[in-house]
Design a protein around this ligand. Structure first.
Ligand code: ZN
Ligand code: FE
Length: 258
């Protein structure tokens, strides 16, 4: 195993995550919610930060960057070209299909607009790992802040087409609340019921529910299941366009007081 991933909490519910290539010693952080826990994690692992990969412009994903750059002056900051005007001091601007190298590791850039207009994900095909920021969450998805629901839906479909065994690292620990909402849509889905119980147990022990996998999300995440007859029936839209079903579910979640 030459690739290691280390995940830890930042702020109240953001995840910081490092991916390390032992062949070259390169280490990337995905997003920078808060510098102190990222620096502490690097210290604990004995890793040197070489790259910082941004998913989108929200403050809770970029605000730790100046302190990381101060500590590691050679740090390369990579982020979405289409959010260049909203993210300061990026060194490398990337778009759909670009390859980002972290030492000997390679990530493909997948544009996943919706939560923000320029949101991107980083997929490491060799290790089957995707860092998807605030687009897909465990049992949920991000809010469509800057685009119509349909835009977020097509971004989720791109992630859904990754190999089922892909490990999914998302930006927040929201799974418990997401499970509560998911059960309002599919209360009879046995896989979801199991997941919800498991997630409750993990959170009661203060353990992370992330990473998840694409296959696990396809089986239980209502936002990826807008084409499934039980989900369509649950929202009274049997046979409807999945995009419209997704919009209905996302709208319900926006109003959900869970
Ligand atoms: Zn965000
Ligand atoms: Fe966020």
């Amino acid at each position: 195993m030459t690739t290691s991933v280390h995940q830890f909490l930042c702020l109240s519910d953001n995840y910081g995550v490092l991916i390390h290539d032992s062949r070259t010693g390169a280490t990337a952080a995905i997003d920078a919610p808060e510098a102190a826990p990222i620096l502490a994690a690097l210290e604990q692992k004995g890793w040197t930060l070489t790259d910082l990969l941004f998913t989108h412009h929200h403050a809770d994903h970029i605000q730790g960057a100046p302190a990381l750059k101060a500590r590691y002056p050679n740090l390369r900051i990579v982020g979405p070209a289409s959010e260049a005007a909203r993210i300061p001091d990026m060194d490398t601007l990337v778009r759909e299909g670009d390859i980002v190298r972290v030492g000997a590791l390679q990530a493909e850039v997948i544009e996943t607009p919706g939560h923000t207009t320029g949101h991107i994900a980083y997929f490491f095909p060799e290790d089957e790992i995707v860092f998807c920021g605030d687009t897909l969450f465990s049992l949920g998805c991000g809010r469509a802040f800057e685009a119509p629901y349909a835009v977020l839906w097509s971004s989720l479909l791109k992630l859904a087409r990754l190999p089922g065994s892909t490990q999914v690292y998302c930006g927040h620990e929201y799974t418990l609340a997401n499970a509560r909402f998911a059960l309002t849509i599919e209360r009879d889905n046995p896989i979801l019921i199991d997941r919800a119980e498991h997630v409750a147990k993990l959170r009661a022990e203060n353990r992370p529910t992330v990473p998840t996998t694409i296959a696990a999300e396809l089986a239980a995440n209502p936002f990826l299941r807008a084409e499934e007859p039980p989900v369509q029936a649950a929202v009274g839209m049997a046979g409807a366009d999945p995009e419209a079903v997704f919009a209905e579910i996302r709208g319900r979640k926006d109003r959900f007081q869970g």
